[in-house]
Design a protein around this ligand. Structure first.
Ligand SMILES: CC(C)(COP(=O)(O)OP(=O)(O)OC[C@H]1O[C@@H](n2cnc3c(N)ncnc32)[C@H](O)[C@@H]1OP(=O)(O)O)[C@@H](O)C(=O)NCCC(=O)NCCS
Length: 204
């Protein structure tokens, strides 16, 4: 008898918790269990806006990422739909706000989600927080919501973020040449993606 892959209610192949736990037995690795990714509320808007406008963050995000009205829209959008979308805060094990990120569904039919606005407070960097948060986002999207793919785009001169996403296991998929007018020059957009099976096989 050929083994069939489990399907969800819509007949789509699922990455099940069981498949996941065979490769990644619980408890989760310390890097993941130490950091929380929590849906943002209106109370988090001022923190996220201030961080997005910080001089060590603002140049690396899309223009206007700190706009409070836009952030409020992301909060209310995520609030009505528990799908992999909306605005999230990243909390340290002590419960301190240390960063944020956003998820959006870019293609329902093909189950593609986009990660954006990943940002960590400058004084908290290089301790693995962004890696842990990105992995939690991948898990939410690819395992909990059975999405097929998570993708993102980084400015061509943001070598730190490119190193981070490669470190987490994203595959560099291409370059949109001189796509964005930013900081008084044209910047490439470097595209990264991860498929569900890549995350399950290698939850780094
Ligand atoms: C990019 C950013 C999110 C990284 O956050 P972080 O918490 O410091 O990242 P991590 O500690 O998880 O880094 C994990 C690995 O990624 C790579 N990395 C992260 N930041 C790097 C940097 N500035 N330069 C080179 N490599 C970097 C390293 O390999 C690092 O491992 P190491 O510290 O053991 O060498 C953070 O610097 C930031 O908020 N930058 C401004 C906003 C931004 O660029 N966001 C991305 C938009 S797409």
């Amino acid at each position: 008898m050929p083994r069939t892959r489990p399907r969800d209610a819509h007949g789509r192949a699922r990455v099940t918790e069981r498949m996941f736990s065979i490769i990644w037995p619980r408890p989760m690795p310390p890097a993941l269990s130490n950091i929380s990714l929590i849906r943002a509320t209106d109370d988090d808007i001022s923190f996220l806006s201030a961080l997005a406008d910080h001089p060590e963050v603002e140049p690396f995000l899309a223009v206007g990422s700190g706009d409070e009205d836009v952030l409020r829209g992301l909060v209310s959008d995520g609030g009505t739909d528990r799908g992999p979308r909306g605005l999230f805060v990243i909390r340290s094990p002590e419960g301190e706000l240390v960063g944020g990120l956003a998820l959006s569904v870019v293609n329902h039919r093909s189950r593609i989600c986009e990660l954006s606005r990943l940002m960590i407070r400058p004084e908290k960097r290089r301790t693995g927080i962004a890696s842990a948060a990105a992995r939690l986002a991948c898990r939410t999207v690819l395992v909990d919501h059975s999405f097929h793919r998570i993708q993102l785009e980084v400015y061509g001169d943001n070598l730190g973020a490119q190193a981070l996403f490669a470190h987490v296991g994203f595959v560099r998929e291409g370059t949109r040449r001189r796509a964005y007018w930013r900081r008084e020059r044209w910047l490439d957009g470097v595209q990264f993606g991860m498929l569900a099976e890549e995350f399950v096989l290698n939850p780094r």
